[in-house]
Design a protein around this ligand. Structure first.
Ligand code: DPP
Ligand code: ZN
Length: 874
């Protein structure tokens, strides 16, 4: 397929001022009449009119009100060209016919359980009508929808409702007008028989906004948390960024078939129902936290994405990285900041660092793509957010806010670039941005190596830093980056020492900035040997290698004023042990245990000053993927699993008494509430239970069974189920069967049942997963179901997906070939499970490569799947 490059960007030759859509909904023959007012772009040379399409049937075409003779245009399903358009403004009336029921790709106009809905990002609008389907063409939309009143009593589109009424033959219509010019990817419309929950919000300037969440009938009682999250998001954006909502109504529609998490269409967000629906009985604490974060994320897009959009898709991080940063900050303010930061970094390492170290690595702003849908990645989103966080760290909160204010003021209503965004921060500080831009253009995770030297006689402490960015696809060599490292030196009494540089320089807010490939910072007035705490709060998204001893790390775990580094210190000690034990296990030797680690973990359990959610995170050893990344090559997933299991067993047995005390003490009184404090207690209690079971404590199985039966909420029930399924033998079987019959009618809960079974690290799991693909509740047509079963197996069951006999790879290959013709986006996303294949030991590597080649040669692949497979093999 054709490669699209950033350097080839040209402004559009034609702009669209207004779009009038008239859509007559029908299950298989929906008629779309689009009236588009074009005008030449004064900033570009005159050119033919070339409109994008995707699988369209053109029914009629008029220019300035008159049918256009066939000789004057060329139409195919994927393009409409008018070689010689008028010299000035003109209108085009395009009539197309689309089949929503046949749309299994879930891009464009489709049906989800009888509801008509749309998904236009990135390039779905061209599946509805011919259009210059690119984000720098921004128009004012008026949408008239007509439908059978019985089939679709609710008719929604972007903006404000301006008209509605009855028609003949049981049909009716609604007209929506959105006064804010927007790119086509933000268009949305919905038609269906939906229930609605309504609330309102008074904005900072005193305007009342109607808030509505539309869901399937009978699900209204599961919207309360989403609605509350929306109101808190609206308030927070006013307080933290001065941003007010700008229409009279804000609507969210929950649908059950959705490729992404949710979509920020102007005034009409469409959501995957898993990020809306929640009740104590059906959603876990993690689900509640995700709902809060996704509701906030989509709402925040109204300013970072919609009011200011992207000039082209290479700038995707401009809206996504920035909006993720904003939703992380929101959740930090709503919950515990340190706990949020630790969870975010854990996710970053488990997904982005892995992506960044393999064949799918790409810069935060890519320079070329074949299929843009494949670039909605953790690098664009999460690393993109880290880059914005570094701007915040480098500038401090006041200057950061000033830069954001300038960005909103300068670019409101525009389609902007990453340079324009960063320039705003340069302008408020007078700093040069050239080197910082490398974070957008260079892929790969920088590795910073730290060595320290204390000279007691001179009272100096030298901190030597070296950075290197590893090669990534098409980027063999790299330049040094700007790396902000929040740093502290901790004295023997556990307190931070003043940071005074020998050259008289001042360290503001503890931020040391590494600009060079190598640099030494020397501090004075340091008479006693301090312990270094560096990259506090994970101030830069880097791999850090230090010369800290395990005793230093244990000291940090106990004394660091930075909670992130307290957690990190324990992770580092564990990682060192795990890596050593992986090597031992492969050499046929027994893994060793680490008394000091156990003492440090025991101290956590006894420290009442620590938040339970923090302790819960600290008790979980580094994940299998992290350990593999740290080892880097010749990976044996079974040895990693065994080393990690041995450590969990050790924690469970050595700390058993303290864990069982915690389990009994930490019960959460009263009924279930999803607040962070209660959730933290449940998290710690459930981690304790699972570690006791991992330690082989038979009473843990009894407790888990009791907890499973007695739970009044999904968090405790699901945690007990997971412990039973992993360690409980027949108790596990019984509980899984019970869970299914309890929640049979509830698809989102049954997804948890599929996922849990797919992630059990046992030899018969693949057979069970194969059998579950035939289960009545499973469907390849529903992305949530596919991700719950196949995605969980391929992405989260490291040992069974990477079976030594290659059967896990074969299963995924077969499945992807079957899924690709139906839903290429989901197939391509799951194919990224192969992204680490080159790091595997030889036997598995060969089998994974063979499976990838089988996919590649498996027939007519979608552009989405072909792109991932080709890059994985390159
Ligand atoms: N809906 C996706 C998101 O909000 C893509 N824009 O990230
Ligand atoms: Zn987004």
């Amino acid at each position: 397929a054709h490669t699209i490059r950033l350097k080839d960007y040209l402004p559009p030759a034609w702009l669209v001022e207004t779009v009038h859509l008239d859509v007559s909904l029908h299950p298989s023959e929906t008629r779309v009449r689009a009236k588009l007012a074009f005008k030449p772009n004064p900033e570009s040379a005159s050119a033919p009119l070339v409109l994008d399409g995707d699988g369209l049937s053109l029914m009629s075409l008029k220019l300035d009100g008159a049918p256009l003779p066939a000789a004057n245009f060329v139409a195919s399903p994927n393009q409409l060209t008018i070689p010689q358009p008028p010299n000035g403004p003109f209108t085009l009336e395009i009539e197309t016919l689309v089949d929503p029921s046949a749309n299994t790709q879930l891009s464009g106009l489709y049906r989800s359980s009888d509801t008509y809905c749309t998904q236009c990002e990135a390039e779905g609008f061209r599946r509805i009508t011919y259009f210059p389907d690119r984000p720098d063409v921004m128009a004012v939309y008026t949408t008239r929808i007509e439908a059978d009143r019985q089939e679709a009593p609710v008719l929604l589109a972007n903006g404000n409702l301006v008209d509605s009424g009855a028609l003949d033959n049981g049909r009716h219509y609604a007209v929506w007008h959105d006064p804010h010019p927007k790119p086509s990817y933000l268009f949305a419309m919905v038609g269906g028989d939906l229930a609605c929950v309504e609330d309102s919000f008074r904005t900072m300037s005193g305007r009342d906004v109607t808030l509505r969440i539309y869901v399937e009938h009978g699900k209204q009682d599961r919207c309360a948390y989403a609605m509350d999250s929306l109101k808190r998001s609206m308030r927070w954006d006013e307080e933290a960024f001065g941003r007010e909502y700008d229409l009279d109504i804000f609507m969210i529609v929950a649908v059950s078939d959705f490729n992404m998490g949710a979509m920020e269409n102007k005034g009409l967000n469409v959501f995957n129902d898993k990020y809306v629906l929640a009740s104590a009985e059906t959603a876990t604490d993690a689900d509640f936290a995700h709902i809060e974060a996704v509701i906030a994320h989509e709402y925040f897009h109204n300013w970072t994405g919609n009011r200011i959009t992207c000039r082209d898709w290479f700038q995707l991080c401009l809206k996504e990285g920035l909006t993720v940063f904003r939703d992380h900050e929101f959740s930090s303010d709503m919950r515990s900041r340190p706990v949020k930061r630790i969870s975010d970094v854990r996710n970053l390492r488990a997904a982005q660092f892995i992506e960044d170290s393999g064949p799918l690595a790409h810069p935060v702003r890519p320079e070329a793509y074949k299929e843009i849908n494949n670039f909605y990645t953790t690098t664009i989103y999460e690393k993109g957010a880290e880059v914005v966080r570094m701007v915040h760290t480098l500038l401090g909160p006041e200057k950061f806010r000033a830069g954001m204010d300038l960005y909103f003021q300068r670019h409101d209503g525009e389609a902007a670039t990453v340079e324009q965004f960063i320039q705003c921060f340069a302008d408020v500080t007078g700093r040069d941005i050239a080197q910082f831009m490398l974070w957008y253009s260079q892929a790969g995770t920088p590795r910073v190596t730290v060595s320290t030297h204390h000279d007691a006689a001179a009272g100096t402490y030298a901190l030597s830093l070296k950075q290197a960015v590893p090669p990534t696809p098409n980027q063999p060599t790299k330049s040094p980056m700007v790396i902000p490292l929040v740093t502290g030196l901790i004295g023997p009494d556990g307190r931070d020492l003043p940071l005074v540089l020998a050259d008289g320089g001042v360290v503001r807010r503890g931020v040391l900035v590494l600009h060079e490939a190598e640099w030494t910072f020397t501090f004075t007035g340091i008479t006693e040997r301090p312990v270094l705490s560096i990259n506090r709060g994970f101030s830069a998204p880097i791999e850090l290698v230090t010369d800290l001893s395990n005793d230093d790390l244990a000291f940090l775990a106990a004394h660091d004023s930075d909670p992130f580094n307290r957690w990190q210190a324990l992770q580092t000690i564990s990682m060192r042990l795990l890596i050593e034990n992986v090597a031992s296990i492969r050499a046929g030797k027994a893994p060793r245990s680490d008394d000091k680690l156990m003492v440090a973990l025991a101290a956590l359990l006894e420290n009442p000053a620590l938040e339970p959610a923090f302790v819960a995170l600290a008790l979980v050893p580094p994940g299998e993927g992290d350990i593999a990344r740290e080892i880097g090559s010749d990976i044996d997933p079974d040895a990693i699993f065994q080393a990690r299991t041995a450590l969990r067993r050790e924690i469970g047995t050595r700390l058993g008494a303290a864990l069982s005390t915690l389990y009994e003490r930490l019960t959460v009184p009263g009924g279930y509430t999803p607040d962070a404090t209660s959730a933290g207690r449940r998290a710690l209690r459930n981690v304790a239970l699972d570690l006791m079971a991992a330690g082989g404590d038979a009473s843990a199985i009894t407790w888990a069974a009791r907890q499973y039966d007695a739970a009044d909420n999904m968090t405790d029930r699901m945690a007990a189920l997971a412990t039973l399924a992993l360690h409980g033998g027949p108790e596990g079987e019984r509980a899984l069967a019970d869970f299914y019959s309890r929640f049979e009618g509830d698809a989102l809960v049954i997804d948890k049942w599929f996922s849990l079974q797919a992630t059990i690290p046992q030899a018969d799991t693949l057979d069970k997963v194969r059998a579950l693909t035939k289960h009545a509740a499973f469907s390849f047509g529903n992305p949530n179901r596919v991700r719950a079963l196949i995605g969980a197996f391929a992405m989260s069951n490291v040992t069974q997906f990477n079976r030594a006999d290659g059967a896990g790879y074969d299963f995924l290959a077969e499945t992807l070939l079957a899924l690709d013709p139906k839903n290429p986006q989901v197939a391509a996303r799951m194919a990224t499970a192969f992204r680490t294949w080159r790091t595997l030991e030889e036997g598995r590597r060969g089998k994974a490569e063979a499976a990838l080649k089988r996919i590649k040669e498996g027939g007519e692949l979608s552009r989405d799947l072909a792109d991932i497979v080709e890059r994985a093999l390159a």
